[in-house]
Design a protein around this ligand. Structure first.
Ligand code: AR6
Length: 194
């Protein structure tokens, strides 16, 4: 799949792609899960369908041990039949009005996944647009948070990470990400190199 928008931040390439995240090979695929780790629709459903039952079996045992996963955090499983080593199941916030800590919780999803990636020597990671489907987070704000947290992370502790892929399912969301990235590009690059 061609990557139609690329930002270089230090040693890392940030790509914006339109497509199905389950088809794109990386080391770690991020899922937009729920706090019960119970599976669901949207990208979560697609990941379980494509990855097979092993992923849910692992989540069952994590749920037995930990009770679930809090909003803004993530848990790790293998990737079953997906073209990856890991799935990071991140739990984004349900959007209410933006005044209930949603932006901090969404930012925390991305930071947690970057931390998990660093602990596992992940070189390539892919993110869906967490919380912007069933959970209703406005796409413009969510794209800004995703891109800013990424730039901040890559500036402070890039580690072994070399490729970050943001995968948008719809053309509309892809256009929004591209527009936000273009607007932020100068600032993001300056932040990272400056
Ligand atoms: N590849 C990439 N992105 C996708 C795919 C795909 N195959 N399928 C959907 N998307 P959502 P949320 C996009 O609703 O808002 C689940 O039931 C989709 O267009 O999947 O965080 C969970 O179990 C949207 O832009 O996640 C939770 O209960 C984005 O993925 C709840 O939904 C996220 O939409 C989480 O809701």
């Amino acid at each position: 799949m061609p990557s139609d928008f690329v930002i270089r931040l230090g040693l890392c390439e940030v790509q914006l792609l339109r497509g199905d995240i389950t088809k794109i090979a990386v080391d770690a695929i991020v899922n937009a899960a729920n706090s019960a780790l119970a599976g669901g629709g949207g990208v979560d459903g697609a990941i379980h369908r494509a990855g097979g039952p092993e992923i849910m079996q692992e989540l069952d045992s994590i749920r037995d041990r930990l009770g679930g996963c809090s909003t803004g955090s993530a848990v790790v499983t293998g990737a079953g039949r997906l073209p990856a080593k890991y799935v990071f199941h991140a739990v984004g916030p349900r959007y209410r009005d933006g005044k209930h800590g949603e932006s901090e919780q969404l930012a925390s999803c991305y930071t947690t996944c970057f931390n998990l990636a660093a602990e596992r020597d992940v070189k390539a990671i892919s993110f869906p647009s967490i919380s912007t489907g069933i959970y209703g987070y406005p796409i413009e704000e969510a794209a800004d948070i995703a891109l800013r947290v990424t730039a901040e992370w890559l500036r402070e502790k890039p580690g072994p990470l070399r490729v970050v892929k943001f995968v948008q399912f719809s053309e509309h969301d892809h256009e929004v990400y591209r527009r936000r990235a273009a607007e932020l590009r100068g600032g993001l690059a300056a932040q990272t190199h400056g």
